[in-house]
Design a protein around this ligand. Structure first.
Ligand SMILES: [Zn+2]
Length: 463
């Protein structure tokens, strides 16, 4: 994610508490009511691992109603008497587990499902949820509202660290990645954009269904839904589909269109440094809604708010940032949000690399500037929920990446990056994993150096 302007968000965390008392007969116990990540209390769930979501949603901008069926294929990781999915602000009509009706209770943002029979550990099962209603965003005074926003011509569902539960039932934490098939039915004439490879569209009775498929595991906050009047451009790049879309309210030959038109070129620049592009499709979507004051690295197809393209000139640095996340954040995802610098530090550093390559500021100058303005009392690792999108994560995080590069030299540095990305592709990782990998690849201790740059309270020497 990248905000239009850097902002130091004030903490206004709202703790979502979920009641869940232990049962149960026959050794089946309820799955945990969240993922245990203190940055997102209530989000995610324990006791199972989702493999695939098949989403079939219909949205009508006329009455702002969304109806959907989500078929979630998961594996029980413990013996479950019941389990939970995250679903905020929508009503559940019906739940089936392995085709049989299942009891369910919808408490606030938690859908509690009690199947007819307990699920033994290791059992693969499917949950089919039929649901609908008028979707709402998740209010968050500190980080900005995430999730579903109705717009004048359609809707935008987007947001980090949480947004998915506003439009489908989900295990809403990046530690449970899954593949997706997404079908979106909208009135004829509107575009319905999402992640991954386009699988065609069909029209009947005044409505068009757009189909998308993401075959690489995807964290739920990286899913997106954009519906409205868009100029959609479909092509190929490096043998894969490239779909970009720019809101029709923005000029066809303006800076937004010119910036996303360089998506393939920027991705190739990054691939030359980070290793092969990790997904089966490329793309980008520029929305015209001023409430979206950020760009987000939604998998294979980032979404950009309009504020990045108001300067009269193209802005490819934000494109480089979001595309770098395809490697750092999307392919290799955090296991917990306190390690978000593993996403943002590298994406910010990629911006600096791209700017230098594209005739902009030299990396050394950017490093000197950021170094001079860094508040060393703010840690890069575990910055607190309110600090997730702060300078300590982005700017200081990128300085730490540069310090590593200077310490080990370019050859070893890029070998660390490529090897790290290959080793954890489609998975999750932690800061400790990264430090360990860098040390093994470089063949020397690096913990003290990285500790100083990431969490030390006094400035290390300028690299
Ligand atoms: Zn970012």
């Amino acid at each position: 994610m990248r905000w239009v302007r850097w902002c130091a968000a004030a903490l206004a965390g709202v703790l979502l508490t979920t009641g869940c008392t232990g049962d149960d007969r026959r050794g089946f116990r309820p799955g945990a009511p969240d993922a245990g990540d203190p940055y997102v209390p209530g989000a995610g769930n324990g006791g199972y691992d989702v493999g695939h979501y098949a989403l079939d949603v219909r949205y009508d901008p006329g009455d702002d109603r969304l109806t959907g069926t989500a078929t979630v294929t998961a594996t029980a990781t413990e013996a479950l008497s019941r389990f939970q999915l995250d679903l905020a602000g929508l009503d559940v009509d019906r739940v089936r587990v392995d085709g049989e009706p299942a009891a369910h209770r919808h408490d606030d943002a938690e859908l509690v499902v009690t199947p007819e029979h307990g699920l033994p550990a290791g059992r693969r099962f499917t949950v089919e949820v039929t649901y609908g209603g008028v979707p709402k965003p998740l209010p968050d005074a500190a980080l900005g509202d995430g999730g579903f926003h109705a717009t004048g011509d359609g809707a935008i569902a987007l947001g980090q660290p949480e947004s998915a539960s506003t439009w489908y039932p989900v295990n809403d934490h990046p530690s449970d990645k899954a593949t997706y098939d997404i079908a979106i039915t909208v009135p004829d004439g509107l575009a319905a954009l999402s992640n991954g490879v386009p699988k065609g569209r069909t029209s009947t009775g005044g409505r068009t269904t757009w189909r998308w498929s993401e075959g690489s595991p995807m964290a739920s906050y990286l899913t997106m839904l954009v519906i409205g009047d868009y100029r959609v451009t479909t092509g190929t790049h490096a043998g894969r589909p490239l779909v970009t879309a720019v809101a029709s309210a923005l000029p066809a030959d303006g800076p937004a269109a010119a910036s996303v038109a360089r998506t393939g070129e920027v991705a190739d620049f990054l691939a030359a440094r980070f290793g092969p592009y990790p997904f089966d499709a490329y793309g980008g979507v520029v929305v015209a809604d001023d409430r979206i004051r950020y760009a987000l690295e939604t998998q294979s197809r980032p979404v950009y708010g309009p504020g990045f393209f108001t300067g009269g000139r193209p802005n490819t640095e934000v494109v480089a940032h979001e595309l770098a996340h395809q490697w750092f954040g999307d392919s290799v995802s955090v296991a917990r949000w306190s390690d978000i610098w593993l996403n943002e530090g590298f994406a910010t550093y990629a911006e600096w690399l791209w700017a230098e390559h594209d005739g902009g500021r030299a990396v050394a100058r950017t490093v000197a500037d950021r170094y001079a303005t860094t508040d060393w009392t703010r840690p890069t690792v575990d910055p607190g929920r309110a600090g997730m999108f702060g300078d300590a994560v982005y700017q200081r995080g990128a300085l730490a990446v540069h310090a590593l590069r200077r310490a080990v030299g370019d050859d070893t540095f890029f070998r660390i990056l490529r090897g790290w990305l290959a080793q954890h592709r489609d998975g999750n990782a932690t800061t400790a994993d990264f430090v360990g990998y860098a040390e093994r690849t470089a063949g020397r201790p690096l913990r003290a150096l990285l500790d100083a740059w990431l969490v030390g309270a006094t400035p290390p020497g300028l690299p």
